[in-house]
Design a binder for this molecule. Structure first.
Ligand SMILES: C[S@@+](CC[C@H](N)C(=O)[O-])C[C@H]1O[C@@H](n2cnc3c(N)ncnc32)[C@H](O)[C@@H]1O
Length: 392
């Protein structure tokens, strides 16, 4: 009886509260228009389910599961810092996935690499050589299936941090860029600076220009660099930080750089699935999201123009989307030739895939570029990359 009385009292209170809510703000459940909006993360899942189930087929359920689970990081070792990070991380069971890679690669990769490519644009590395990896880029990861988290990096006596945490697969575009002694390098979309930091570790670059059109993100990039790189290195005339619209770079400085990294803005698939804040699937960013492939194409074309003849361009994204990956590269190759008379060769990244087949899962059968796909036991990526060499 007491319970019934309590319930009716409660109902009356709820009704009273409803009276306090202005009529125009009340939600009528049966009218869909007044239903609460889906959060951007849910919209992203729906969108990815629709597109990636077609694109990835049977692989999609496992990739989806990995992307909805905790991602794995790598610790990019900072050679400018005098500390004991390497010893400490090794004592915790980490391995440098670059220098300590196992020489045995999964046999499926070996077999695939023997198959002739079915697309004429795919060609082997210009000199028929394997990529030479800089011995100065070191990145420590916990072994496959080990999801231990890294502790925050500590500063040395000069205030420089010992390592930078990033998706270890994000290092692959930096390795693939294959920076050599004395090169001039343009990082067209550089903020917040993870890949820039990796490129600086090589200590081979003669001149580095880091650009990002966003002023606030360029400030973040400066902060990152100040936490990892000695001041004299940053004030040196061999390093330039700018905030231009990268799509206009070809007009500013063409035929100049030995290497150009074009790490474009994209749907950042993991972020879109996990964070509602600053999510490109928010309703008010629909236009921006739809314009991404065009922006990516313009950035890649500008990067191609900025490279010198013989120079190399690395296009990368952190999305699985074919429209933002292969289609953009295909369009860029076509437009560079038709509009600017620039002929490009696609550089085969299979050697890189073979080197790191034990650390990352790669998408099978991409006809242009390579892609790390997330997997529960090696939860890195997605990272897509394609390397182009300017022939003219
Ligand atoms: C994927 S993020 C780059 C991440 C960076 N490479 C790193 O490793 O830390 C893409 C960047 O492109 C920048 N961006 C967007 N539009 C641009 C444009 N038109 N020109 C240059 N940068 C642009 C964004 O501000 C963003 O920082």
């Amino acid at each position: 009886m007491a319970l019934l009385w309590d319930t009716s009292l409660l109902l009356r209170k709820v009704k009273d509260l409803r009276c306090l809510t202005p009529r125009r703000h009340r939600v009528k459940e049966k009218w869909a228009a007044t239903h609460p909006k889906l959060p951007p993360t849910r919209l992203a899942v729906h969108h990815f389910d629709a597109t990636y189930s077609t694109q990835l087929g049977q692989l999609w359920p496992s990739v989806r599961l990995a992307m909805l689970s905790e991602r794995k990081y790598g610790a990019l070792l900072n050679n400018f810092s005098h500390n004991v990070a390497l010893t400490e991380l090794k004592a915790q069971g980490c391995v440098d996935f670059i220098s300590e890679r196992e020489k045995d690669v999964p046999s499926c990769l070996e077999e695939k690499s023997e198959e002739p490519s079915d697309v004429s644009m795919k060609s082997s590395d210009a000199d028929g050589e394997q990529l030479s990896l800089s011995p100065n880029i070191k990145c420590l990861v916990f072994p496959r299936g080990d999801v231990t988290r890294f502790k925050p990096a500590r500063p040395d006596k000069n205030g420089l941090l010992g390592y930078y945490l990033m998706d270890a697969a994000s290092l692959l575009p930096c390795l693939a860029l294959d920076v050599q002694e004395g090169h001039s390098v343009l990082d067209l979309c550089g903020a917040p600076g993870g890949k820039t930091l990796a490129l600086l570790q090589t200590q081979a670059i003669r001149f580095l220009c880091i650009n990002d059109s966003s002023v606030s993100r360029t400030l973040r990039l400066r902060k990152v660099l100040h936490s990892y790189v000695p001041k004299h290195f940053l004030t040196n005339e061999n390093l330039r930080i700018t905030s231009f619209d990268g799509t206009k770079w070809g007009e500013i400085e063409s035929n100049t750089f030995d290497r150009v990294l074009v790490d474009v803005p994209c749907t950042t698939d993991r972020h879109s699935l996990m964070e509602d804040d600053n999510n490109i699937f928010s309703k008010n960013r629909t236009g921006e999201r739809r314009r991404l492939p065009q922006l990516q194409l313009e950035l890649l074309l500008a990067g191609i123009q900025a490279a010198c003849p013989g120079g190399e361009i690395l296009y990368s994204t952190c999305t699985l989307s074919q429209n933002q990956n292969l289609s953009v590269v295909e369009q860029a190759i076509y437009q560079a030739r038709e509009k600017d008379g620039i002929h490009l060769q696609v550089v085969d990244l299979k050697p890189l895939m073979r080197m790191f087949g034990n650390t990352f899962h790669f998408a099978p059968d991409l006809h242009l570029g390579e892609m790390v796909i997330p997997h529960l036991v090696a939860n890195f990526g997605p990272i897509y990359m394609c390397k182009l060499k300017r022939l003219t």
